[in-house]
Design a protein around this ligand. Structure first.
Ligand SMILES: [Zn+2]
Length: 393
């Protein structure tokens, strides 16, 4: 990182822009705007000003008169610092130690904001970009993107491009997809009563046991579902697969009371090819069968239903992006789909092929204490973005 880049990073990390409180957004967007302008980009601010709250989205454009436009998607909000006293370094400043820079948001995603702007600055200096660039720098990513990237793509700004890079991801593989999610709660109904009279009541915990047992079979059923897309490095299977976990079990209030209800919560991860409603139907059928077999009464409610996404690995721009990473970083870097979710769906849903690449390595404590970014990863991301823009035709 040169001095300009580190100053840019420092100034935006010094502002606590956590999206829980949504503070310092205006100040942060103004600093970003001034650095983008210094880099030679033209800047527009799209502020939905919803409910009298400022949520400025910065869009910085490099127009080289090319046919194609590439979107670089980043965000300037962060998660709260948490227990500030637990940090070794001050969260709202940058501390440089050898190959690392510490601070809240340095890697998620403020370092990536700087990498994208700095890549554009270098391309302007060289005059070598073969594509127009639009850098999207939004708030509210950490709370789902509402009035942030969602507003830019689906709201009045209706930003479009021929390809999107979500610069909010890891440096050790190129992601071209992410898992969907189906999560909710199965409530088992029994009857509540005095524990001295167990014969008189239906214990909801006891009734849950056969259901929990059978749900273990659903885990096996889900595991047999396999995506066309590879799983990330370190996964137990080569391709992305369906997952089901029982994540919470709540029942009972006192040792001497027979519980009347039990809540079994689950998290089901879908491969990008799956439709959440179809899998919800499978699960409902599965639960209904057990329910009638063992003669219990249940109710199923969902809290999250979201489809995954994927981009065609054979898309010409996807292929060029992969070549750029391979040239800059390593020819062995794998292409995979994420086990979790990410923001790529905003673009693929409106037909824009998307890849994700960024500085957020697994061990960088993002969202945790002592978040850091490696300068070597920063250079990988910046140089990849530069090479990609130079290689596009
Ligand atoms: Zn992020």
């Amino acid at each position: 990182m040169n001095e300009w880049e580190l100053d840019f990073l420092r100034r935006i990390v010094q502002l606590d822009t956590n999206s829980t409180e949504q503070k310092n957004y205006v100040e942060c967007s103004e600093i970003i705007k001034s650095y983008c302008e210094e880099a030679g980009l033209s800047v527009e601010i799209f502020d939905p000003n919803h409910d009298g709250r400022h949520q400025p989205n910065v869009v910085a454009t490099l127009d080289v008169g090319a046919d194609k436009t590439v979107l670089l998607c980043t965000h300037y909000d962060v998660v709260p610092a948490g227990d500030v006293d637990a940090w070794t370094y001050p969260p709202f400043d940058v501390t440089v130690k050898e190959d690392r820079v510490y601070g809240r948001g340095v890697t998620d995603d403020k370092g990536n904001v700087v990498a994208a702007v700095s890549a554009a600055k270098e391309l302007i200096k060289r005059g070598t970009s073969k594509v127009n660039l639009k850098i999207l720098i939004s708030p509210n990513e950490e709370i789902g993107g509402i009035w942030g990237i969602d507003y830019l793509v689906n709201g009045p700004p209706a930003i479009r491009g021929d390809f999107a890079v979500v610069v909010d991801s890891g440096p050790n593989y190129i992601s071209i997809g992410a898992s969907g999610i189906l999560a909710g709660t199965i409530t088992v109904h029994g009857t509540q009563g005095h524990a001295g009279y167990p014969f008189a009541f239906n214990n909801a915990i006891h009734l849950s046991i056969p259901l929990l047992n059978s749900l273990m079979e659903f885990i096996d059923l889900r595991r047999k579902v396999t995506s066309e897309l590879p799983a990330p490095p370190g996964s137990p299977y080569q391709n992305l697969w369906g997952r089901f976990s029982i994540t919470m079990f709540h029942s009972g209030t006192k040792t001497n009371i027979i519980p009347g209800t039990a809540d079994i919560s689950f998290d089901c991860r879908l491969i990008p090819e799956e439709d959440p409603d179809t899998i919800a139907g499978d699960l409902e059928k599965f639960v209904a069968e057990i329910t009638s077999d063992v003669g219990i009464e249940t109710e199923l409610n969902y809290i999250t239903k979201a489809k995954g996404w994927s981009s065609d690995p054979e898309n010409p721009l996807t292929k060029i992006f992969v070549s750029a990473v391979h040239e800059v970083v390593s020819p062995d870097l794998p292409v995979a789909a994420d086990l979790g979710g990410n923001d790529g769906h905003y673009f693929t849903r409106v037909g824009i092929p998307t890849a994700c690449y960024g500085t957020i390595a697994d061990d960088t404590n993002f969202h945790g204490i002592d978040e850091f970014m490696r300068f070597s990863d920063y250079e990988k991301v910046k140089n990849t973005l530069i090479r990609f823009a130079e290689m596009c035709e």
